[in-house]
Design a binder for this molecule. Structure first.
Ligand code: HEM
Ligand SMILES: *[C@@H]1O[C@H](CO)[C@@H](O)[C@H](O)[C@H]1NC(C)=O
Ligand SMILES: *[C@@H]1O[C@H](CO)[C@@H](O)[C@H](O)[C@H]1NC(C)=O
Ligand SMILES: *[C@@H]1O[C@H](CO)[C@@H](O)[C@H](O)[C@H]1NC(C)=O
Length: 322
């Protein structure tokens, strides 16, 4: 009896294990139709809200794209960047690259509250931010791409990872390549993603040193920027990252680099006599190639270490854990 029971139980346990593994694996996949029955209006809700925010203020499209980038580069696209600091919780909002700089939180809050009304407890903040970034690029004239859904939200955040994983504007080409390589991106993908600087603004404090101390900057461009970014003071004064068409997602960013009109030190590093010059030239003359490469690299960014299955949670309020 004992022998036959154990003969019986061994295959059942192993098939149970196999079953659990298969179910676990299928839950752990992102999929295009993740909310098809649980929240069929999710994509139109996000797109409508993003279009409205961008039509009120074009820069908001840039801010939402950057918010997503700063989420994904810090322990994956898990909405960790959205968590507010509290008396007993330190999030990522005061990290060097984020403090007084990230914006767009209210747009995400607004989308989340609409979705909590139509599909309570269903749509993650991480998915909202991922789709909002894509819709922002589209709203400003850039390429679109498909997004697999089903990310879940973190219950943690990392100030130290935000400080160390998000590339700084003072980096040289090799350091930019390695910051992206640490996240699984090739140098070519780093250059394509840097094209995100075809939209949006930067503060004087992040480009002042370039204006006053660097040689590879167009003289007339530098002179015009100095008016709004003095050698001391005016830290928060803004200038467009793409001086030509700051509110259009196009390839002008790369053409600006060819005439030494990159705003950040890190921008001009992509066209400074090094290994990425040829790619900048290619994107400058062919926006379709830039759009294709940017979209493919964004799909890769969107898929950085998502929480899936039963990991993490679906936050009710993107600013705090449940
Ligand atoms: C290559 C390394 C990168 C560096 C060193 C960098 C650095 C910066 C800095 C310093 C700013 C200005 C922040 C401020 O003054 O408050 C900025 C803005 C911005 N970045 Fe990047 N960035 C990089 C890559 C990216 C990527 C990959 C994307 C998206 C695909 C991106 C999208 C943006 C956008 C859209 C803005 C403007 C945001 C706004 O106007 O609110 N950046 N970046
Ligand atoms: C943090 O403080 C809040 C009250 O401000 C409390 O509700 C929560 O349980 C605390 N969390 C931890 C992890 O101590
Ligand atoms: C963030 O910015 C505020 C000013 O708004 C400043 O008081 C604070 O020290 C900054 N925090 C960090 C960690 O740099
Ligand atoms: C600097 O900008 C001017 C005006 O746009 C342009 O004609 C010139 O070629 C640029 N200089 C360099 C070194 O690219």
């Amino acid at each position: 009896m004992a022998a036959s029971r154990s003969l019986f139980s061994i295959p059942s346990i192993s098939s149970l294990v196999t079953f659990v593994l298969l179910v676990g694996m299928s839950c752990a996949q992102l999929s295009a139709n993740f909310y098809a029955s649980s929240c069929p209006n999710v994509l139109t809700t996000i797109k409508t809200a993003v279009n409205s925010a961008v039509s009120k203020e074009a820069r908001m499209g840039a801010s939402l794209l950057r918010l997503h980038f700063h989420d994904c580069f810090v322990n994956g696209c898990d909405a960790s960047v959205l968590l507010d600091d509290t008396a007993n919780f330190t999030g990522e909002k005061t990290a060097g690259p984020n403090n007084n700089s990230l914006r767009g939180f209210e747009v995400i809050d607004n989308i989340k509250s609409q979705l909590e009304t139509s599909c309570p407890g269903v749509v993650s903040c991480a998915d909202i931010l991922t789709v909002a970034a894509r819709d922002s690029v589209v709203a400003l004239g850039g390429p679109s791409w498909n997004i697999a859904l089903g990310r879940r939200d973190s219950t943690t955040a990392s100030l130290s990872a935000a400080n160390s994983n998000i590339p700084a504007p003072g980096l040289n080409l090799n350091a930019l390549i390695s910051a992206f390589s640490n996240k699984g991106f090739a140098a070519k993908e780093m250059v394509a993603l840097s094209g995100g600087h075809t939209i949006g603004q930067a503060r004087c404090t992040v480009f002042r040193n370039r204006l006053y101390n660097e040689a590879n900057i167009n003289a007339s461009f530098a002179a015009s920027l100095k008016a709004n970014c003095p050698s001391s003071g005016g830290d928060n004064n803004l200038s467009p990252l793409d001086t030509t068409t700051p509110n259009s997602f196009d390839n002008a960013y790369f053409r600006n680099l060819q005439t030494q009109k990159g705003l950040l030190h890190s921008d001009q590093q992509l066209f400074n006599g090094g290994s990425t010059d040829a790619q900048v030239n290619a994107y400058s003359s062919n926006s379709a190639t830039f759009f294709t490469d940017f979209a493919n690299a964004m799909v890769k960014m969107d898929n950085l270490s998502p929480l899936t299955g039963t990991n993490g949670q679906i936050r009710t309020n993107c600013r705090r854990t449940n």
